[in-house]
Design a protein around this ligand. Structure first.
Ligand code: HEM
Length: 394
């Protein structure tokens, strides 16, 4: 078997993955990078893998089971939080952790509200049907990142246009390269402009912190951080917004539950995260030592791939997993990963999703799909599951 197996039903993991979970939960398969790896499908096994520091996240290590064909990179050459191991990862993560606390996200909420309502206003003023992906799901996460990073309002368009180009399916490789170059030089200038008198935003606070620690501002590290936040927080949230709207429209009785009591929206967000659990390519690691998981001895140097969307359908943890139930209490899903690298932006993503669903269904009570369900183009072929286009009307 070669990973990944695509979804054959838009609302469930591939049936072969579910069979493996039941019969062969630690299974040997080929990854797209041509390296064999152990595939984990059970919730408990993936939690063990993601919380044991003897599994490395350093994609530049020889033998790492990459989930997409990647250009060859020199070991240690990429300074992204996602790729770091101890002892480097902890301090680098702690340096930005304060930007993503519940308190900090609560401070951002009014601005997220404003962004969401402005986009709903524009959608309502525009033609019907509207594509919800373009109208709401794509712009909201990039404007939220703008708020987070302190991108000046006048530059919003430049920034979100490049971000959209980077993420669009039909952007050719040169277009993508151009967008990456544009964004990196933009971020470089943005950070440089904040160095003289660091403002009270993410970059400003990081610059002050680096100086207080006795060093000078490490601009290259901040540009990489800004870029990681843009990428990690964008496509994921975009896809969860469109899948979430689709999922709720498809289950009117469940939608009625949160409409009647918005205090239930956070629970619905957890269930949507579990139900669609969008990291379809999986999360991979490299064993640095011999480690036993699920009764199988994984040897040092072997790769492991955990499939969170399959684990989030593990009946041991989520009874009747194919049933969508906003009141099931699904918070222990693995949609944000687990352990040292667990999603840094989870509080922010949760806030964005809650605000979007509450605002959208309150303001457009008769929102509905403008096409039949089987005409909705799902991203079954992508590493992050989602929807390319979601025509809606009201
Ligand atoms: C890491 C999912 C939104 C920033 C991760 C990981 C997952 C994930 C599964 C772990 C990867 C691994 O272990 O290798 C998601 C999903 C999101 C979302 C499903 C939306 C629904 C965001 C947002 C931000 C963000 C909004 C910030 C703006 C990050 C960062 C990491 C990360 C910085 C790396 C953390 C580390 O390596 O220590 N995300 N994410 N994510 N995410 Fe998210």
């Amino acid at each position: 078997m070669t990973l990944p197996l695509t979804r054959t039903c838009p609302h469930a993991p591939n049936p072969e993955y579910l069979r493996l979970q039941e019969e062969e939960p630690v299974y040997r398969a080929m990854t797209p990078s041509g390296v064999e790896a152990w595939v984990l499908t059970r919730h408990e096994d993936i939690r063990i893998m993601l919380s044991d520091p003897r599994f490395s996240a350093d994609r530049t290590k020889p033998g790492f089971p990459s989930l997409f064909a990647m250009p060859q990179v020199k070991a240690g050459s990429v300074r992204s939080l996602l790729f770091m191991d101890p002892p480097e990862h902890g301090p680098a993560r702690r340096a930005v952790l304060g930007e993503f606390t519940v308190k900090r996200v609560a401070e951002l909420r009014p601005r997220i509200h404003r962004i969401v309502h402005e986009h709903i206003d524009a959608m309502l003023a525009g033609p019907r049907p509207a594509d919800l992906v373009r109208a709401l799901a794509l712009p909201v996460p990039s404007l939220v990142v703008c708020e987070l990073l302190g991108v000046p309002f006048a530059d919003h368009e430049f920034f979100t246009e490049r971000a959209t180009t980077l993420l669009k399916r039909d952007t050719p490789p040169e277009g993508r390269g151009q967008a990456i170059g544009d964004l990196r030089s933009y971020l470089d200038e943005l950070v440089a402009g904040k160095e003289a008198d660091p403002p009270d935003d993410l970059f400003g606070r990081q610059i002050r912190k680096q100086r207080e620690a006795g060093g000078k501002a490490d601009r290259e590290a901040l540009v990489s951080l800004g870029f990681l936040l843009l990428l990690a927080g964008h496509e994921t949230t975009t896809n969860m917004i469109s899948l979430g709207v689709f999922g709720l429209l498809r289950h009117p009785a469940q939608l009625a539950v949160i409409r009647a009591d918005p205090a239930k929206t956070p629970g619905a967000v957890e269930e949507l995260l579990r139900y669609y659990s969008i990291i379809d390519a999986g999360i991979s690691r490299l064993a640095l030592d011999d480690i036993e998981i699920g009764g199988v001895r994984i040897k040092a140097g072997e790769g492991v791939v955990g499939l969170p969307h399959v684990a989030d359908h593990d009946p041991e943890v989520f009874p009747d997993p194919l049933r969508f139930d906003v009141e099931r209490g699904a918070r222990h899903h693995l949609a944000f990963g687990f352990g040292a690298h667990q999603c840094l932006g989870h509080n922010l993503a949760r806030a964005e999703l809650q605000i979007v669903f509450d605002a959208l269904f309150a303001r457009i009570p008769d929102l509905r799909l403008a096409v039949s369900e089987d005409q909705v183009p799902f991203k079954s072929d992508a590493n992050v599951y989602g929807i390319y286009e979601l025509p809606v009307t009201w």
